[in-house]
Structure formats: structure tokens, C-alpha cells
Design a protein around this ligand. Structure first.
Ligand SMILES: [Zn+2]
Length: 84
């Protein structure tokens, strides 16, 4: 959602784009997810963690936790991904 906020200051109008954008994976943003995004991460097998980060594994997209997202981005966890 994009919200435009206008600030009038001595006749000058500034438009700030995205000033009211929520953080999709934190706080109120997590209401959108089932169970507030908490699930079992398919990579590290931990339960009740926020598995809301989308990563591509081959042709599929899976939802993993934040730590696994970072690990995959750094080229780690290849064995765990191959086992999926
Ligand atoms: Zn994980």
C-alpha cells in the first residue's frame, strides 16, 4: 500500500512516498499470515518460528525462517535444501 503524505511548510509541499508503509514481517504486518507466520521451518526444523521468508529452491518457492533465509543467501545450507 502506498500512502502519500503532504507536508506544507512555508508554501512548499513535500510528497513523501511510502511514509506509512508497514513492515510485512514484523508487528502488525504479521497479522496477514496464518498463525501470525509462526510455523515449522522446513530447513532447520525448528517449530513456532516465523517462517515467512520466501526463497527459491530449484523451481519451487518455500517459506523459511529468517536465519535460514540468510544462510541460503550466503550459499550455505545446501545439504538441508537438497533433502527437501
Ligand atoms: Zn529455518
Amino acid at each position: 500500500m502506498t500512502v502519500f503524505i503532504s507536508i506544507r511548510y512555508i508554501g512548499v509541499t513535500l510528497e513523501i512516498e511510502g511514509a506509512d508503509m508497514s513492515k510485512a514481517h514484523r508487528g502488525k504486518g504479521t497479522v496477514e499470515f496464518e498463525n501470525r507466520g509462526r510455523a515449522k521451518c522446513p530447513v532447520c526444523k525448528r517449530t513456532a518460528v516465523k517462517a515467512v521468508y520466501e526463497v527459491e529452491v530449484g523451481e519451487n518457492k518455500i517459506q523459511v525462517c529468517k536465519q535460514c533465509k540468510a544462510g541460503i543467501a550466503h550459499g550455505k545450507l545446501k545439504e538441508e535444501l537438497a533433502a527437501l
